[in-house]
Design a protein around this ligand. Structure first.
Ligand code: SF4
Length: 352
């Protein structure tokens, strides 16, 4: 992400927490730790397991038996496939903090955005199948590296494994907030499993027009689905709260990537956030769109946004009355934009 800035301050929350990966001034025991202690995380993992036999984890509800080798729309298998886990300095300021966000880039995706910056692993499925124990080990290593959180990117298709791996991480003393980094295209079933597990939802709101969502992301009923999902996320975690060190403790951050020719329906999207989620919602307005190979020559999506389009998006944010969040600088070049230069884990075979 390019340089961004906070345009409204918020007060840190209070509380206490300690353990591997917790800094002295962090607050609020992460949800998965609480649920691991009272047995609920094990119950969630048990409740998620049937999706391995008949998958309904995302709104596509393929119903496939992944354990028997069937593959649904996303192509994911029963083992969690990971492209890269790393400390990431380029997320929003309270997510990356001073020491980086503990990102896990999962392979496959429940959407297929033609312009996806992560298409090597989301659509070409690069990465390596891991065991649940190995995934739990990644969470531990990110905590030991000093990361501020576990930032799980497009993990829905591997939710049963994620819940099991969090149990392992909790047992190993990991005490980091879980960030669910999502396209917003989530099912009620997945969100029910995640309730109380996720501390911070970092959720895209990509479109307010189903035609654009179908054509560019092959995502039927995206608008209603994502709006329902973000409403539920907001119910679960509410307005963003910070630790005393300025890192995210809990809450919802809505990401909105401005697309050329207003394919993102920016004014409509931001007005909806303000009216339905609240004007105190934290919004990350993103300018980093660039046309990947998948949209080369596309009549509407085949170029970067213009300065005039970016100015209109910023005006729409102000008109919506949203004061909390971050606005990117319009990048001069592609250098440094998240996703363009990320390689796989050093030991990752290209399984796909
Ligand atoms: S996660 Fe994959 S297999 Fe499961 S319902 Fe969604 S697209 Fe289908």
């Amino acid at each position: 992400m390019q340089e961004s800035y906070l345009f409204a301050g918020i007060q840190p929350s209070s509380g206490a927490g300690a353990g591997r990966g917790s800094r002295e001034n962090d607050v609020n025991e992460p949800g998965f730790v609480t649920l691991a202690t009272n047995g609920e995380l094990e119950a969630r993992a048990d409740a998620a397991a049937p999706h391995l036999l008949s998958c309904g984890l995302c709104p596509r509800e393929c119903g496939v038996d992944g354990a028997s080798g069937e593959r649904g729309w996303c192509g994911a298998g029963p083992e969690p496939r990971v492209y890269r886990h790393m400390s990431h300095p380029g997320e929003e300021p309270p997510v990356s903090g001073a020491y980086g966000s503990g990102v896990v880039f999962f392979s496959h995706c429940t959407m297929a955005c033609a312009y996806c910056q992560n298409h090597r692993w989301s659509q070409l499925h690069e990465g390596r199948d891991r065991t649940v124990a190995e995934l739990g080990g990644m969470f531990v290593s990110l905590a030991e590296a000093g990361c501020h959180n576990l930032n799980l990117v497009s993990a829905t298709q591997f939710l049963p494994a994620v819940l099991e791996a969090l149990r392992i991480a909790s047992g190993e003393g990991v005490r980091l907030p879980v960030v669910w980094n999502t396209s917003g295209y989530e099912s009620p079933a997945a969100l029910e499993l995640l309730d109380g597990v996720v501390d911070v939802y970092l959720a895209d709101l990509r479109y307010a027009d189903d035609r654009a969502a179908r054509e560019l992301s092959d995502a039927p009923d995206y608008v209603a689905t994502a709006r329902d999902a973000l409403t539920e996320m907001n119910r679960q975690v509410g307005v963003l709260e910070l630790n005393p060190d300025g890192t995210a403790a809990s809450g919802l951050i809505v990401r909105h990537l401005v697309l050329p020719n207003d394919l993102s329906s920016t004014e409509d999207s931001l007005q909806w956030v303000a009216s339905e989620l609240g004007r105190d919602t934290f919004v990350s307005l993103m300018a980093q769109y660039y046309p990947t190979k998948g949209v080369e020559g596309h009549p509407e999506a085949g170029r970067r946004i213009t300065r005039a389009e970016w100015d209109r998006a910023r005006d729409a944010l102000a008109a919506a009355g949203i004061d909390n969040g971050w606005v990117q600088e319009l990048p001069d070049s592609l250098s440094g934009i998240a996703g363009t230069e990320i390689g796989p884990d050093p030991d990752a075979d290209r399984d796909a």
